[in-house]
Design a protein around this ligand. Structure first.
Ligand code: PMP
Length: 404
């Protein structure tokens, strides 16, 4: 055995974590001990859950649970390979066909996550001669996809269609392809992307139009068909991304579009080519979830009823829920903006002690000075639970001087 003492080559990571601790923005993972529900147990404490993307309560829906169990009995627990080798099961194809029908598009490809769908698609369809015109608040998976593509990235101010158009005009004589991309719903602020204006701009300059509907699938549009349906811009968005991990209740992401786009992604999208496909249980769960979207529209209605009530009451308490120097939420995602990261983390911790799970979010996930806790409504919160949560929020908000 060597007698020389080895210096730790990763000590710079420890230093960085110590810096976060000094800033008060270091976090510990909270551990869920039962089901992802409106009220559940994290770290041994029963809390009202305002942090989950389980918008429609589908994570525990009996039909989805049954579908997962049945598929496991019938097909086993894993797919055994990447899709292009031997990992395409009949049930994967059924899911893609189901989503394509639901979205009224020619075809669909399912990825292992929404992250993989965005990053894998943007990096596959663009190259280094091309341009991506991207909202400044687009999701990290879009940014990473853009970087991987090596396309030139032109960022436009949040939801500023005129600025997006300026960016397109500045490159109109360049030979490369142009892609305009926006989140349908922005994950940290809960506002909706200006799709009609962006579609107009993309059409004017012959650009490809792409939308990430992760937070709008199951939430906006007829039976949760997303922002494309909400704005009725069918046929004008070339690449529609969605996730199966939020309202759909399971895991995965998908891209909808033309047959040629999907065929191209089958051949070129790297997460599709190089990472194993979903277990059959996940595909079966998602198929059942799309049936539930059609069969139980009352879930979406309840989600919006809860959203309207909760937002109104938060505003009445005096919280900054966006709309001044930050975008105004229009969806079940409602941020409570407090400014400093340290305060957001303390707010989150003290809320937890009171009985609320609401995650503190600080730089770099949101801009410096715009730290917040993010609240998310679901269809399964009861009026009583929301009333209790509002009382707790008010109590802690007052104690910390966030509201008067
Ligand atoms: N896009 C947006 C806007 C998101 O908020 C998220 C989830 N954080 C994703 C994509 C990634 O989706 P998934 O969790 O399925 O990877």
């Amino acid at each position: 055995m060597s007698t020389t003492t080895r210096t730790n080559p990763l000590s710079y990571l420890t230093d960085q974590m110590n810096e976060l601790k000094a800033k008060g923005t270091h976090f510990r993972l909270r551990v869920l001990e039962d089901e992802q529900e409106a009220v559940c147990t994290f770290d041994g404490k029963k809390v009202i859950n305002l942090a989950s993307n389980n918008y429609l309560g589908l994570t525990t829906h009996p039909k989805l649970r049954e579908a997962a169990l049945e598929a496991t009995k019938k097909y086993g627990v894993g797919s055994g390979a990447v899709r292009t080798i031997a990992g395409t099961m009949r049930i994967h194809m059924e899911l893609e066909e189901k989503i394509a029908r639901f979205k009224n598009v020619e075809a669909c490809v399912v990825f292992q996550s929404g992250f993989a769908a965005n990053a894998g698609t943007v990096s596959a369809i663009l190259g280094k001669e091309d341009f991506i015109i991207s909202d400044e608040l687009n999701h990290a998976s879009i940014i990473d996809g853009a970087r991987l593509s090596r396309a030139k990235i032109l960022v436009f101010r949040h939801k500023d269609v005129a600025h997006a158009e300026e960016q397109l005009a500045s490159i109109k004589d360049q030979p490369g392809k142009k892609l305009v991309i926006s989140d349908g719903v922005f994950s940290m602020d809960g506002d909706i992307g200006p799709l009609p204006g962006l579609c107009d701009a993309a059409e004017k300059y012959g650009a490809i139009m792409m939308v990430d509907d992760a937070h709008s699938s199951g939430v906006l549009g007829r039976n949760g068909r997303g922002t494309i349906d909400h704005f009725n811009v069918h046929g004008r968005v070339d690449v529609q991304v969605g996730t199966l991990s939020k309202a759909i209740g399971a895991l995965g992401g998908y891209v909808c579009g033309s047959k040629d786009l999907i065929d191209f992604l089958y051949h070129r999208a790297r997460p599709f080519l190089f990472s194993t496909s979903h277990p059959p249980s996940v595909a079966a769960t998602c198929i059942a979830a799309f049936d539930v979207l059609e069969q139980e529209p009352e879930r979406i209605e309840k989600l919006w009823e809860n959203t309207r009530f909760f937002k109104k009451e938060l505003g009445l308490i005096g919280f900054n829920i966006g709309g001044q120097n930050t975008p105004a939420s229009e969806t079940p995602i409602t941020p409570i903006i407090v400014g400093e990261g340290r305060l957001a983390m303390q707010f989150s911790r003290e809320l937890f002690d009171e009985g609320i799970m609401a995650t503190g979010i600080a730089f770099p996930t949101v801009a410096e000075g715009k730290a917040r806790i993010r609240t998310i409504m679901t269809a399964t919160h009861t009026h009583d639970q929301l009333t209790q949560a509002l009382q707790m929020l008010k109590r802690v908000g007052k104690r910390l001087g966030i509201v008067n």
